[in-house]
Ligand binder design. Structure first.
Ligand code: GDD
Ligand code: MN
Length: 387
């Protein structure tokens, strides 16, 4: 960095000023993007007292170490290294709650968002005219040309219109990951944000009590500088989860809905395995007839369905607490099996008692299923995926 005299005067001025702006940078494997990004922030924010908060989810490429190294040279850079947790939205919320700055911004750390927009956004907020400033990829003057992914541009447009319909939000790009607002606006509602997935702006817009006055900044969405996008594989799934969360999440919690849906899929798996098993072994005489082929098939089907449920819940329902590595997976699987076994016993027990007291078999069975699901969910979220 070559400092001129006026740079120095500005730097001293900015240092003497109370903190004005915090830029939250969620990161997952962005090691090589950080230092150049800090230089760009520094250039764009001359005369403004700012800090940047890098919220890193323990990236394997050592992003946190790099962030700390930068922080030693430039104390305006702060680091939050999260262990055992994942997610862009929750990282953004945590970063925004970790600053004393009156105004907070969130932007991607991969250079797709131009820091030059920041002073204008800050001006819009501090003037008191607007509550939220954000950069749109889809309004007049914006462009996504550098985004060499026509499928993503299209998907993003589709997701935007769906989101607008479900939430009533009218912005041209409610999925944008680049925005700014007063910290107190965020904090007032932070406890009600879902923190699921990466649609943090949409979540804020759909959650806050009083409507926000929004200023839109056209963004030329740049190409990613280094590394690759983290949103490709989970993009659709997390988006749908986010929408569900806003729509029905308060009636039936999102995690439970996912757990229940996967459970229902497990029933289908169970039936399919049982049918296949009986199809192959059903006609065979079992020697000694100690166990019937149905009993063996039922057991194989139950273990398969349980395993299927375990891995799907681990990948989706508990994506943010996902177990990885051979030993944790085997241990989790065993614990999940035990939980389900107790749940199954409770299921049958409750249903039997109800039938005994004259309740019809089907409502009794349904009650057993509901109780077992709640049990399995409550216990496995603590016992299998809890910390
Ligand atoms: N801490 C943390 N945890 N950071 C994450 C995670 C995570 O699980 N996932 C992604 N990030 C960081 C990335 O390191 C990057 O700085 C930023 O969040 C955006 O992630 P990308 O992986 O680069 O997203 P993208 O470019 O594909 O998606 C763009 O469009 C989305 C909407 O379509 C971004 O602008 C997103 O912010 C936007 O929501
Ligand atoms: Mn990106």
């Amino acid at each position: 960095m070559n400092l001129t005299r006026s740079d120095l005067v500005q730097a001293v001025d900015a240092a003497a000023k109370p903190l004005e702006l915090a830029i939250v940078l969620p990161t997952l494997n962005e090691r090589n993007n950080l230092a150049p990004l800090v230089d760009r922030l520094d250039a764009a924010l001359q005369g403004i007292a700012w800090e940047a908060i890098i919220v890193d989810d323990n990236s394997p490429d050592g992003t946190s170490d790099e962030a700390r190294a930068i922080s030693l040279r430039d104390p305006r850079i702060r680091v939050i290294q999260r262990i055992g947790r994942r997610g862009l939205a929750s990282a953004a919320i945590e970063g925004m709650c970790a600053t004393a700055a009156p105004v907070v911004a969130v932007m991607d750390a991969d250079h797709q968002h131009d820091p030059k927009l920041l002073p204008g956004m800050l001006q819009a907020i501090t003037s008191g005219e607007y509550d939220l400033a954000y950069a749109s990829r889809f309004c007049a003057g914006a462009s996504t040309d550098a985004w060499h992914r026509p499928d993503r541009v299209k998907a993003s447009g589709l997701a935007n219109s769906l989101a607008r319909r479900v939430t009533g939000v009218t912005l041209s790009d409610p999925m944008s990951g680049y925005f700014m607002l007063r910290a107190e606006t965020l904090r007032a509602d932070a406890h009600r944000l879902s923190g699921v997935g990466f649609k943090i702006l949409l979540d804020i817009l759909a959650t806050v009590e009083s409507p926000l006055r929004v200023k839109e900044f056209p963004l030329a969405f740049a190409a990613r500088a280094e590394g690759e996008s983290k949103l490709d594989r989970t993009v659709v799934f997390e988006f749908l989860v986010g929408l569900y969360d806003k729509w029905l999440g308060r009636v039936i919690p999102t995690r439970f809905a996912l757990f229940g849906t996967i459970g229902a899929m497990g029933v289908v798996v169970h039936m399919a395995v049982l049918a296949a098993f009986l199809g192959i072994f059903g006609g065979m005489p079992m020697r000694g007839q100690l166990v019937s082929s149905f009993e063996v098939g039922q057991t194989v089907a139950a273990v398969t369905a349980m395993t299927f449920n375990f891995f799907l819940n681990n990948a989706l329902t508990y994506a943010d607490k996902r177990l990885t590595g051979f030993v944790p997976l085997v241990r989790g699987w065993a614990k999940f099996g035990m939980t389900c076994f107790v749940g199954l016993t409770a299921n049958v027990g409750v249903a039997a008692i109800l039938v005994h007291y004259g309740i019809h078999e089907y409502p009794a069975a349904l009650t057993g299923i509901v109780i077992a699901s709640v049990w399995n969910f409550a216990l496995s979220s603590k016992f299998v995926w809890g910390k």
